[in-house]
Design a protein around this ligand. Sequence first.
Ligand code: ZN
Ligand code: ZN
Length: 270
Amino acid sequence: MSLSITHLGSGSSGNSTLLMTENTRILVDQGFSGKKLEKKLASMGIEVETIDAVFISHHHGDHGGGAGICQRKWNLQVYCNERTAQELDLDFQKTTLFNSLDLIQINDDICVLPVPVPHSGSENVGFVVSHDGERCAVITDLGSFTNELIQHVRGCEHISIEANYDERRLRLGPYPQSLKDRITGSGGHLSNDQTGEFLQRVVTEQTRSITLTHLSQRNNAPHLAESTVLYYIDEIFEGDIFISGKNGPEFTHFIGKNRGEKEKSGILIL
Ligand SMILES: [Zn+2]
Ligand SMILES: [Zn+2]
């Protein structure tokens, strides 16, 4: 029994992550056009119709812009909170509304817990997904982190989290001051340092892999994000760290009991 985590792409041009067990396939966010999603999944030999549920974190186009097409074209069920469903004008027949901290079971082997995170103008949530006693977290677009989030993410086997900007690059870069203030505000995005501070509080010996997502093309760079975050967790973390870019699918991680066998069999290589 294992759960794989594959990033189909991340960044301001679209975000989606595929979580998959033997029986269940879910997407966390769908910010791609139907064609793009179809192509990305087809490259893994997966048809969109076979997705059991599409979870949307918040209504911004790069996360929820492709939810409606999943309902219309493939009849998929979308799971989100009411505000997100309204903003995205979703088909309520094919939408399951959740409240923060509802535990949602998909088939018999995946549980999803939406945890609220601060992000201006939206009711954003991060997701903690559990399978067979192990957990992974997929969290993006938050200007700050809360104790509640720390409590739910601490000790997850895999953590995907945004590392949006390098403070220096943003400060010296060309964005107007009002936009800089919005990005750095408590409802904006996490800087590399903030992501490091968060990970320092949630990474434990159980944590085997971390993927940094949603890097700003202009205000960040993979080497800056990785080195900054590692500075904070160096003493606790011995697993793998990855950066997810916009051209997934990439970086499949396994959590679960037969994770080692799958890695050995080469399923990891996409
Ligand atoms: Zn975003
Ligand atoms: Zn957003």
